[in-house]
Design a protein around this ligand. Sequence first.
Ligand code: HEC
Ligand code: HEC
Ligand code: HEC
Ligand code: HEC
Ligand code: HEC
Length: 209
Amino acid sequence: MKDYTLWTLSWAICAIVLLFSSHGAWGLIAGSEHDFSTHAWSEGEICLPCHTPHNADSNIDAPLWNHEMSTAIYTLYSSPTMDVIADQPGAASKVCLACHDGTISIDSFGGMSGSISIGGNADVGTNLADDHPVGIDWNHQTAGSACTTCHPIIWVDSVAIMTFPPTPMFNGKVECPSCHDPHNGFDLPHLVRDTMAGSQLCFNCHGDK
Ligand code: HEC
Ligand code: HEC
Ligand code: HEC
Ligand code: HEC
Ligand code: HEC
């Protein structure tokens, strides 16, 4: 990518960020499903079960990580109609599975050994064969739609700029945070990154299928 393209792109991103942050419905983690501060086990804090300002676990590929990690080996989704093969979940999914695979107590953070299990629907378990695959390569060739289906063009000072869907990849792969924002930045039920009305979240990657 040429330098000037990056330059205009970063300005476009600033413009988009400004546009969104002036929007009243922009979500906050406070009050969301990931705000544990009303539960005694969180010590009344929001960030602490996941992050700590000091003595974080620097082996984990997530900022200032504070939660005990799972060592589970997962049963993976497989399908003859998929172009790609699912791998064990990558680092970006493993931080979610630290609580959501049900093998580690949610209150096992900051070096403490907890006792409260996540339970209910939020426990996705170690069998991921019945879940949308993660740890899979994002292969644009499988999309079969025009670029602008998923990357609408916006005009900034007469310059055409390609926009990006709100569903990011991690090391080029689909992982749990491709569809969910742990901080509730999009203010939607189930912490998703785009609305499920009309299955819009899915179209970000599956195009006009
Ligand atoms: C339930 C777990 C969880 C909670 C609670 C949580 N975070 Fe995070 N946070 C994550 C994960 C996972 C990532 C890395 C993945 C990502 O960026 O989406 C992250 C990334 C970050 C980052 C770096 C990337 C970014 O998005 O800016 C910052 C800064 C951050 N968190 C701050 C906070 C603060 C401040 C709080 C409390 C108000 C908080 N987080 C609460 C899980 C959590
Ligand atoms: C510190 C433990 C912890 C971590 C780490 C964590 N979660 Fe959660 N998460 C929870 C708990 C506890 C709930 C609330 C469950 C409930 O309401 O019963 C929850 C709720 C959710 C929900 C909403 C469930 C619903 O019923 O709508 C989603 C979606 C979710 N988490 C996804 C993620 C993803 C994706 C990540 C990683 C980016 C992540 N979580 C990391 C503990 C965690
Ligand atoms: C079905 C939807 C879809 C279609 C069609 C599509 N993209 Fe993407 N594209 C995405 C998603 C989702 C991402 C990941 C977004 C992110 O990383 O923030 C992405 C990322 C990208 C990136 C960033 C680098 C990368 O590979 O992650 C580029 C460049 C890109 N697309 C170009 C294109 C071009 C050029 C076309 C047409 C030939 C195209 N895309 C068609 C959905 C699509
Ligand atoms: C392809 C997108 C996608 C991926 C990848 C994904 N999720 Fe979800 N997840 C969703 C959607 C959409 C919902 C809401 C389902 C609904 O509306 O009924 C959801 C719901 C949930 C819930 C709420 C409980 C439930 O069953 O409804 C939890 C917890 C959750 N996801 C955790 C995870 C974890 C952990 C990962 C990674 C292993 C993950 N998700 C990967 C899209 C995704
Ligand atoms: C972040 C990008 C992304 C999002 C968002 C997404 N998917 Fe996927 N999904 C993929 C990729 C990549 C594959 C693997 C495609 C392949 O290799 O053929 C896949 C695979 C699948 C498969 C399995 C196909 C097979 O042949 O077995 C189904 C079904 C599916 N997705 C449905 C959904 C639904 C429903 C949603 C919305 C809730 C959704 N996806 C959202 C990226 C995504």
